[in-house]
Write a protein of this length. Structure first.
Lengths: 385, 351
């Protein structure tokens, strides 16, 4: 596509803006790339004063953990092939093999199948092949770059980080489910109601949204600690102490998050013309059927975008989770903070970095899976028929 | 098969009156058009029939059921919306099929009925497209098909043509007329376009500010407008209205004098249609004598406009008539084509 002459920019402007963009991308990407690199190195390399040593990792290589050219080439090829398969072939297979209506189940099966075979292929089969190849390849098999996964192993296996992962999963699933359920229903109701009460409810929600999170935590904390006594009249001796439980965190995070989801979903519902509900109701739907069969399918991008924001809030929260959860129920973010204490060694620090990299990976995955819905959700208005 | 009865129907929002005391019986299979300027309450009336708006007062009967308290889905109506109201996530086929699916019609008949409806509105080629991939006219035809796929007791159409361009409007209008002839279902059609009303309606209801002005056949409201509002709303150009005084059967106003009228003496408004009057023959003096204000060539006729009786008055002349602006013209206005209206109330004065 050629740009019209009148829209063409001068060379200096183009160089300037491109340069600024590159600079900005580097600036934004640097911390993530750098901790990713550090997490694969032995502590000596990770905290080396020469940046080149951090990247190449001579000390790690000297320990016997290194990648040869064959390793790098084959590893990258395997990654590229599986990414291509996931983005191109997999969707086609799913749409070909599933019956209409079972598409969600089809995707779940496809994604879990892909994940399992990727883990087996990349971490079991590939290393075996590479060991064999390196043994016969001669000079090509000399290690070039130091790389060790020992920190990941100690984080996930020795320190049982998977427990924190499961707790995070529980908390975020709870937060997203509750906020989206309440948010869609409330958002739809408020968007379609013209009454004054709806307006004041929204203003009230805004005020709650403006409260500092610590206010809510401080308010809930004593209640949760004493919940066994408070609930005794209802549940008898089985009354639970909510403090330290993931459910308590879910409740607080939902309280923090709900006003935002209601506002966001309301504006999405607002952009859907009322004629759509009315057409559905004349065509034979009850009010709720119209919501479920006509409005919700149109709303998916909005629900997914809002769900992503709710997920991020639950996933990244530190304040609420660190204050309200006891040690065995800790989620990932406060667990990382546990690596830093007075006796911190450099090994601990690199392990913390490996844990931090582990936390970011699901976020990338999530954004990649839903990117199309997120984009159309962020550019609302595309829903008009 | 359903007759619609609206009994003293009113709609108020606080002190604002949307529809006031609407009382009408719409016969079975009748094509009724609600006509009026925007904000006159015609759409509100239709929405009350559909059940999308609650009536403040009065009763709505469809067939032998009073439907005031029924949900839209239980009223057995089908509606076509101004901006189509298609379901963007479904393709054309599923859009048309939606009412059958929701109402749990026998699934075995779905395909046949959808195809029949699609054929009637000539949509069979587009069944697999999404609404976003259709033009405005095609979208409106999908909406029509969705309405006719199920045989409802009543069709409601809310300005279905007003989002279409002029050419498409004419062809879709013809299609609607043909459909209603074929389907024989009671239809209520809302429009602000008087040509649509004239061409489609069995009967027209002219409304203004929530009040019914006149109910009648298109010929009726064109030939015998009940008041100056109807007279000035119907017809293109609208009826000429001149202010003046009636004395002993002679109407006099600025630049105008018409004799041979019947009516009580006093201030009146006199109306006549542009195509009924003509330019006075050479040598004779007509009822209106004034300098020409403007001359417009329409192709099939020439429209002359002069100032008379405090208003602009237009008359259709032969298509080859030519004159310069400012030239004196004389117009013949026989008493037989004149309508008299009360100057203050605007109501028609019976001849």
């Amino acid at each position: 596509m050629s740009t019209p002459l009148s829209m063409r920019q001068s060379l200096s402007l183009r160089v300037g803006s491109a340069g600024f963009l590159i600079f900005w991308c580097l600036l934004a990407a640097f911390p993530i790339v750098w901790i990713a690199v550090m997490s694969f190195k032995s502590p000596v390399d990770a905290f080396a004063s020469n940046p080149l040593d951090v990247v190449i990792g001579p000390a790690t290589r000297a320990d016997g953990n290194g990648l040869s050219i064959i390793d790098i080439v084959l590893g990258l090829a395997a990654l590229w092939a599986s990414a291509r398969f996931a983005l191109r072939t997999l969707p086609r297979m799913v749409s070909r093999l599933t019956q209409p209506g079972t598409i969600v189940i089809g995707w779940i099966i496809a994604v879990s199948g892909f994940a399992v075979s990727f883990v087996i292929g990349f971490f079991v089969i590939l290393p075996v092949i590479l060991t064999g190849l390196n043994a016969i390849a001669g000079p090509l098999s000399t290690p070039l770059i130091g790389l060790t996964t020992v920190h990941y192993q100690s984080v996930w296996v020795d320190n049982e980080f998977y427990r924190n992962f499961l707790n995070s999963l529980l908390v975020t699933t709870g937060v997203v489910t509750v906020s989206l359920t309440v948010g869609t229903l409330a958002g739809y109701g408020l968007a379609r109601s013209g009454s004054n009460l709806a307006f004041w409810l929204l203003i009230l929600a805004l005020i709650f949204r403006a409260l500092p999170h610590s206010v809510l935590v401080a308010g809930y904390l004593p209640v949760f600690i004493n919940s066994a006594e408070i609930l005794r009249p209802i549940f008898g001796d089985a009354a639970p102490t909510l403090y330290g439980q993931p459910y308590a965190v879910i409740a607080v995070l939902v309280a923090i998050n709900q006003p935002f989801t209601i506002w966001m979903l309301r504006s999405f519902f607002h952009s859907i013309p009322t004629e759509l509900d009315e057409a559905a109701r004349v065509d034979g739907c009850s009010h709720f059927q119209a919501f479920r069969r006509v409005i919700m399918p149109v709303m998916w991008p909005g629900v997914i975008t809002t769900g992503l924001f709710s997920f991020l809030l639950g996933y990244n929260d530190f304040l609420v989770t660190s204050l309200l959860l006891d040690a065995q129920n800790q989620t990932m973010v406060p667990a990382i903070a546990g690596y830093f204490n007075r006796e911190t060694t450099t090994t601990d620090q690199v392990e913390a970095i490996a844990a931090a990299v582990s936390i970011t990976a699901p976020l990338f995955l999530l954004v990649m899976v839903f990117q199309r819905q997120i984009v159309s959700g962020l550019t609302a208005g595309a829903v008009k028929g | 098969m359903a007759e619609i009865q609206l009994r003293n129907l009113s709609k108020r929002w606080g002190s604002f009156i949307g529809v006031n005391n609407f009382d009408l019986t719409i016969a079975d299979q009748e094509f009724l058009v609600l006509l009026g300027p925007s904000g006159c309450g015609k759409t509100t009336t239709m929405r009350m029939i559909a059940g999308l708006e609650d009536a403040t007062e009065g009763e709505i009967w469809i067939g032998d059921r009073q439907v005031n308290d029924l949900d839209p889905k239980d009223r057995d109506v089908a509606m076509v919306f101004q901006s189509y109201g298609l379901y963007p996530h479904l393709n054309v086929y599923e859009n048309i099929r939606f009412p059958l699916k929701v109402r749990k019609a026998d699934p075995a008949t779905h395909d046949e009925r959808v195809m029949k409806a699609a054929e009637m509105v000539e949509l069979t080629e587009f069944l697999h497209r999404k609404p976003a991939e259709l033009s405005g006219g095609q979208r409106q035809r999908v909406a029509l098909a969705r309405a006719i796929v199920r045989k409802p007791s009543v069709f409601l159409m809310d300005e279905p043509l007003s989002n279409l361009d002029a050419k498409l409007r004419v062809s879709t209008r013809a299609q609607i007329k043909n459909l209603s002839h074929e389907l024989k279902v009671t239809t209520v059609y809302v429009t602000h376009d008087q040509i649509e009303a004239m061409t489609l309606a069995d009967r027209v209801v002219v409304m203004k500010a929530g009040v019914v002005q006149q109910v009648g056949t298109p010929t009726d409201i064109y030939d015998n407008p009940a008041n100056t509002f109807v007279a000035s709303f119907i017809g293109s150009p609208a009826m000429n209205l001149m202010d003046g005084d009636l004395r002993d059967g002679t109407f006099t106003g600025k630049n105008v004098e018409i004799t041979g009228l019947n009516g009580a003496d006093g201030p009146v408004t006199l109306g006549f249609r542009a195509e009924d009057a003509s330019v006075a023959e050479a040598g004779t003096s007509g009822a209106v004598n004034a300098p020409l204000y403007t001359i417009e060539l329409l192709g099939d006729a020439t429209m002359l406009t002069v100032r008379a009786g405090g208003q602009m008055v237009s008359v259709k002349a032969h298509k080859e008539y030519r004159a310069g602006i400012g030239d004196p013209v004389s117009l013949a206005i026989p008493a037989a084509i004149c309508h008299l209206f009360d100057r203050t109330t605007g109501a028609r004065i019976a001849a």
